[in-house]
Design a protein around this ligand. Structure first.
Ligand code: CTP
Ligand code: MG
Length: 572
């Protein structure tokens, strides 16, 4: 609620204007039945044409005023609601961009997508309805009752009975309905989750022929959603006949009492018509208001889900110095790491020192913690304990954005964005000239492949780069990282899809860059070419030395070498 109001603050003038127009609209609407009554009494009942025309013209004028005010109000309300929705989306997007991996892992992608779409739309609709109805409906009820009493108090006593009954009835309905809609919203989240997981993992699902199970999972979620939505709407709908019943009864009473009074001459036909009109307006206003409250409840729960995202603490260290990485030395000192919401110690007492400009291979079996170790360096995650230093400065002293522009990170599963190859390579640095771009591509051993495409660097890669092979995507990611001219280059298994010859060429080209290079690999042939090898097993550093030394002193290393040699022999 506070959230919605905070986004509306900047539109306060527009909101005042909208509400002033509402008042004009309201007064016109309330005058209308009154004048209708006069017209019937003075004109129609007396067959006086002049009176009919006179009051007819007045009614016409009022209608025009009310119509204009209503239209303008609609226009302004639409503007306010759409603009505030735009603001909320913008702020959300900015907030998520600032998220650390830890924060991201708290919100599944599907939940974030629902925040942007469904939740923001809910708020937008409610803001619109609120501006149109919130003030008008209650005032309309009060105004109608007062006007009816002015016209004829005896008949209007009916209002004192029906209005409270209606209000109590509708609010009871609403209370139950709201709970139902909260459940519907949870079902929507569930369906989105299944859809999102499936689209993201379509290939895996197909590869493992999991389609049937996934279909079942989706059907279940989808059916629950449909069933609960239907229940909620049916419940709300079923209140309508009851509403009509109450309304009709009160109309019958008004007409009956009115008829008797007309006969004894204490009231006139015009007055009865006016009161009937006020009764209809009252019922309409009350039901409009209940639906608004329902929308309000949904918008509040939407706002409650958006608020935590906006309130997430943004990692902004108080920097005394704006450190930049000058040499590229990396030191880990007793680093421990556990993933958020987990208990397993993925990295345990990891300590090592890498000199500036060194090329270090990180070798270890799957699940050893290699990727995890990488992610700590650009501050994607923070160590649970221990300290990381870059050039003798603790990592937390570096400004995150600044730091990341100095680190070329090629993740394990390269992600390309929709756009041209050129866009994808220059992604990290849009202002790079063409020659730099081509040099980066050449060094990444992808230039020849790109030029062999019909459109060369302007070849469009589809969503997630579907029309490129895994190895091609890896090399484009490498080119992207090289273009940054990073002080620290990190390749996470990025050479796994390359043949030995291309890999050799790539590693040779990397040597011409003045940077510290970390290469995660599972291949001895790759590790051999590095200055040093960090052996990692089950989150612990086993050894740290060059190939020759390790071959001599590390039984662990010897085992890997032997097993890979055997495999090569058996392949031949
Ligand atoms: N892990 C986790 N939560 C994550 C990522 C990983 O709990 N978000 C755990 C994994 O279950 C694994 C350990 O952390 O046991 C190490 O994962 P990782 O660093 O990704 O292992 P790698 O050595 O990179 O493995 P691979 O060679 O398969 O990439
Ligand atoms: Mg990994």
């Amino acid at each position: 609620m506070k959230l919605i109001l905070s986004f509306l603050k900047k539109y306060d003038i527009a909101i005042y204007v909208a509400y002033s127009l509402t008042l004009i609209e309201l007064v016109s609407e309330l005058l209308f039945p009154f004048i209708l009554g006069i017209m019937i009494n003075n004109g129609i009942m007396n067959e006086n044409m002049d009176e009919i025309i006179k009051w007819g013209m007045i009614m016409f004028g009022i209608t025009i005023i009310s119509f204009t005010a209503g239209m303008t109000n609609s226009y302004i309300s639409a503007h306010i609601s759409v603009s505030s929705a735009y603001d909320i989306r913008k702020k959300l997007f900015a907030a998520i961009q600032q998220f650390t991996f830890e924060q991201l892992s708290k919100y599944p992608t599907s939940a974030l997508v629902t925040r942007f779409t469904n939740d923001v739309r809910q708020i937008q609709n409610t803001v619109f309805m609120g501006l149109r109805i919130m003030v008008r409906a209650p005032l309309m009820v009060i105004g109608s009752v007062i006007m009816a009493f002015i016209v004829n108090p005896k008949i209007s006593i009916v209002f004192l009975i029906t209005v409270p009954i209606l209000i109590i009835f509708l609010f009871t309905v609403l209370n139950i309905g709201r709970k139902m809609f909260v459940r519907v919203q949870q079902n929507v989240d569930k369906v989105n989750l299944v859809i999102q997981e499936n689209i993201a993992g379509m290939r895996v699902i197909k590869a493992f022929v999991r389609g049937k199970n996934e279909n079942k999972r989706f059907s279940e979620a989808n059916e629950t959603l449909a069933r609960n939505t239907e229940k909620a709407f049916r419940f709300m709908e079923s209140s309508m006949p009851v509403l009509m019943f109450i309304m009709n009864i009160s109309l019958v009473i008004i007409l009956y009492v009115g008829h008797q009074q007309i006969q004894i001459g204490t009231t006139s036909v015009g007055d009865v018509v006016a009161i009937v009109n006020y009764a209809l307006r009252t019922v309409m206003a009350i039901s409009m208001f209940t639906f608004l409250t329902l929308a309000f409840a949904r918008a509040t729960s939407s706002a409650e889900r958006i608020a935590p995202i906006l309130e997430e603490k943004v990692d902004k260290p108080i920097l005394k110095h704006d450190y930049t990485v000058k040499h590229g030395a990396i030191t880990f000192d007793q680093v421990n790491f556990t993933y958020p919401n987990d208990t397993v110690n993925v990295l345990q007492h990891v300590s090592f020192h890498i000199k500036p400009g060194e090329t270090v291979a990180i070798l270890g079996s799957t699940g050893a913690g290699k990727t995890t170790l990488f992610q700590l360096i650009p501050k994607l995650y923070t160590p649970t304990s221990g300290e990381i230093f870059l050039d003798d400065q603790p990592l937390h002293m570096y400004d995150t954005t600044n730091l990341r522009t100095q680190i070329g990170y090629v993740p394990q599963s390269p992600l390309l964005f929709t756009g041209t190859i050129r866009d994808n390579i220059s992604f990290g640095k849009a202002d790079m000239s063409g020659t730099m771009l081509i040099k980066a591509a050449k060094d990444a051993q992808i230039h020849d492949t790109i030029t062999s495409f019909q459109h060369g660097y302007d070849t469009v890669v589809g969503q997630k780069g579907v029309n490129l092979s895994g190895g091609q995507k890896q090399r484009i990611s490498i080119a992207r990282a090289l273009l940054l001219q990073p002080k620290i280059l990190m390749l996470d298994d990025a050479t796994s899809a390359l043949d030995t010859k291309t890999e050799h060429l790539l590693l040779d080209a990397l040597r011409t860059y003045e940077c510290t290079t970390l290469i995660i690999t599972q291949k001895i042939s790759t590790a051999k070419q590095a200055d040093n090898i960090l052996l990692l097993d089950q989150g612990k550093v086993v050894d740290f030395a060059n190939h020759a030394t390790l071959l001599e002193r590390s039984a662990f290393y010897q085992r890997i070498v032997e097993s890979q040699a055997e495999r090569e022999i058996s392949h031949e």
